[in-house]
Design a protein around this ligand. Structure first.
Ligand SMILES: [Zn+2]
Length: 313
């Protein structure tokens, strides 16, 4: 964090390319950590865990900021283009895709292929899209939210370790060992989800923001999102009616919303149908309530919320 800040200030003060050259010289010294920029929390978490003491990771999305609509200041872009490696998900945040055009290929690590994005967005349940944000926010119709499936995030951690090993071969063994240890923890979490959600009276997962597709897929739940893949999308009257019908028909107990989004819509549906509301954290950023926690802690709190809302034994 402090290294990244130093680089930003260096880049700012020299008002030119000097900052970039200086930071590369620093990073090439064996004792200096690699300067990594992660585009949002799960990628930052994985880079920190896998890189350990050999990396300094900066998070491009500040706590509480909205990841899909990430905005970058000129200083952010300077810092970004100074990094030894930018870990990001192409197509997720348009402003970042734009900024990355200024980076060289060796600096950029797109996790798309290691994340195995293979879920359709289906963000409008077959309806014609009404939101003007549709095209830019939904990753071309593919659901981007892979990190809520711990096994997919473990795959991304392995790929991140392999990439770090290429950049810094001296520490390759450390990166690969860290990734193996991390995979063990992801496997443990996966086991807890498998067992915790094995016997539930309800299988319909109704959420305000359609973030939980990969999680639902892995653990045998049906995701029904009120809005689309991006929390910015306002649900149409028809979508609201569809969700209310589903909630009544399937006797859904809990409508889940996320801290960063106005719970009004979830509350409206809950009031209309007799359901209650609860929070699920999509972990795109660490929310204020989650500050000081890490991926595993927030996921375990999500599991507890799911077990309550889906009436699991
Ligand atoms: Zn999202």
């Amino acid at each position: 964090m402090s290294l990244a800040l130093t680089l930003v200030l260096a880049g700012c003060g020299s008002s030119g390319d000097g900052g970039g050259a200086a930071s590369e010289a620093v990073a090439s010294e064996a004792s200096s950590p690699l300067d990594i920029v992660g585009s949002f929390y799960p990628l930052v978490f994985v880079a920190e865990q896998v890189g350990g003491e050999h990396v300094a990771v900066d998070n491009l999305t500040p706590p509480g900021a909205e990841t899909h609509d990430l905005e970058l200041t000129p200083l952010d872009v300077v810092s970004l283009l100074d990094a030894d490696l930018i870990v990001y998900l192409a197509g997720f945040a348009p402003a970042l895709d734009e900024a990355i055009r200024g980076a060289v290929a060796e600096q950029v690590f797109d996790v798309t292929s290691s994340a195995s994005l293979d879920l359709e967005g289906e963000d409008h349940e077959g309806e014609e899209p009404e939101s003007e944000h549709h095209d830019e926010d939904d990753h071309g119709g593919v659901d981007p939210h892979f990190w809520l499936d711990p096994i997919r995030l473990a795959d991304v951690a392995d790929a991140t370790a392999a990439r770090l090993a290429e950049i810094d071969p001296e520490n390759a063994e450390s990166f690969l060992q860290n990734a193996a240890a991390l995979r063990f923890q992801f496997d443990e979490l996966d086991n807890e989800f498998q067992q915790g959600l094995a016997e539930c009276a309800r299988l319909d997962l109704v959420t305000s923001h359609r973030s939980f597709g990969y999680l639902a897929n892995r653990y045998g739940l049906n995701q029904a999102g009120i809005a689309g893949l991006s929390p910015e999308q306002e649900p149409s009257a028809a979508q609201l009616a569809n969700v209310s019908d589903l909630v009544r028909a399937e006797q859904v107990l809990v409508i889940y919303y996320e801290k960063l989004v106005d719970p009004g819509v979830a509350q409206t549906i809950a009031d209309e149908t007799g359901a209650t509301t609860d929070v699920l954290d999509p972990l795109e950023t660490l929310s204020e309530t989650a500050s000081g926690l890490d991926y595993f802690q927030v996921m375990r709190s999500n599991l507890a919320a799911l077990r309550r809302g889906l009436d699991c034994s």
